[in-house]
Design a protein around this ligand. Structure first.
Ligand code: SF4
Length: 347
């Protein structure tokens, strides 16, 4: 594969949502006394920073399902929350329909909050146990439409409950009276109540029984078709990603390794980390030796490795990999990849 120019920074004009060199770090130093170390006869202050998201750029186009995958701790959930403004980025820009949103205050964000919704992994934790389904679902509608009449709200709740497959006559019930699958349907209903354009779904089926997962995925796909929704889908489950995604971004230690149309990624993964992830998916006919075993453990995001963050576990690593951070580069078929080996043509 030949690689071309360094991937151009997305401007966001053509996309629904764009991240431009976004960085999100968390200072976990604690109080001053926690930070002080006695070294060489004097106190020195040390700060501890978790580098959760590092210089991530991409553009999500309207109507697509953009999946973000990677092992637990790779920064994908932080990326999701940063995208929605739940965590402010340390640097970089986030654009919605070409307009910068990362620098807006709470009041200025209100119109965007309605358009951008989130579905969480644990539907029980994300629903208020003291509120009935009616109270949960009417709240966002009334918040964004203060002049709406109560009968219009009730009609809207009944309409959306029916759409997600929950009987509207159960609107007076509390979350604990529903199964896990039904609770996730209610979470999806809450997101749909305000007619969003863009939904971030953070591991929306991983807490559910396997038998229920397909139903919830089908519900999300149907809602996308009916409403023209755009999804950012966060998951560690590659078998799910394969079936629902338009494009897939692979993250490792808060860094974007590869971004590719879903079919291309599964047929021809380029980055060694993507290859290792895909080789772990159980497949009929796959032999034991086909599974690429990575050496070592995932390093801590407090002390990121030099050069390519994957070099300590990559069998193709060389000296350049340990010293120089690989740039994201465009390749054929809409693929972008950050790997010296791919760029040099040796992979
Ligand atoms: Fe492996 Fe080097 Fe590519 Fe990183 S840059 S994935 S270490 S070959």
């Amino acid at each position: 594969m030949t690689t071309h120019e360094t991937h151009s920074i997305p401007k966001g004009e053509d996309g629904l949502l764009a991240l431009d060199q976004v960085v999100k770090h968390f200072d976990i130093s604690g109080g001053l006394l926690d930070q002080l170390r006695f070294e060489n006869g004097r106190f020195v202050r040390h700060r501890t920073t978790v580098k959760a998201v590092n210089d991530v750029s991409f553009t999500i186009v309207p109507g697509e399902t953009f999946s973000v995958v990677g092992e637990s701790g790779c920064g994908k959930s932080t990326l999701a929350r940063t995208t929605l403004g739940i965590y402010p980025p340390n640097s970089g820009r986030i654009l919605y329909r070409g307009k910068r949103i990362d620098n807006k205050n709470a009041q200025q964000m209100l119109p965007y909050r309605r358009k951008m919704q989130m579905i969480f992994q644990d539907p029980y934790a994300s629903l208020n146990p003291r509120k009935t389904v009616m109270q949960t679902l009417e709240e966002p509608v009334v918040f964004h439409n203060p002049t709406i009449s109560s009968s219009q709200v009730k009609d809207r709740v009944a309409e959306v409950m029916s759409q997600v497959g929950v009987d509207p006559k159960w609107a007076g019930r509390y979350p604990h009276e529903f199964s896990g699958g039904q609770r996730q349907r209610i979470s999806i209903a809450r997101a749909l109540m305000v007619d969003p354009e863009f939904i971030v779904a953070d591991e929306p089926v991983s807490a559910l029984d396997v038998s229920i997962q397909a139903q919830i995925l089908n519900l999300l796909m149907d809602a996308q078709t009916q409403r023209g929704l755009t999804y950012m889908f966060i998951t560690h489950d590659l078998s799910v990603v394969q079936h629902i995604s338009t494009r897939v971004a692979v993250m490792y230690l808060g860094t974007l390794c590869e971004l590719s149309p879903a079919r291309t990624l599964f047929e021809n993964p380029r980055h060694p980390y993507t290859q290792a992830l895909l080789s772990a998916i159980p497949k009929l006919g796959r032999r034991k030796g086909d599974h690429i075993k990575l050496k070592g453990e995932v390093p801590t995001p407090i002390h990121l490795p030099s050069g390519c963050v994957f070099h300590g576990r990559c069998v193709h690593a060389d000296r350049r990999c340990a010293e120089e951070i690989p740039k994201i580069r465009s390749a054929e078929h809409g693929v972008i990849v950050a790997c010296h080996g791919v760029e040099e043509g040796r992979l």
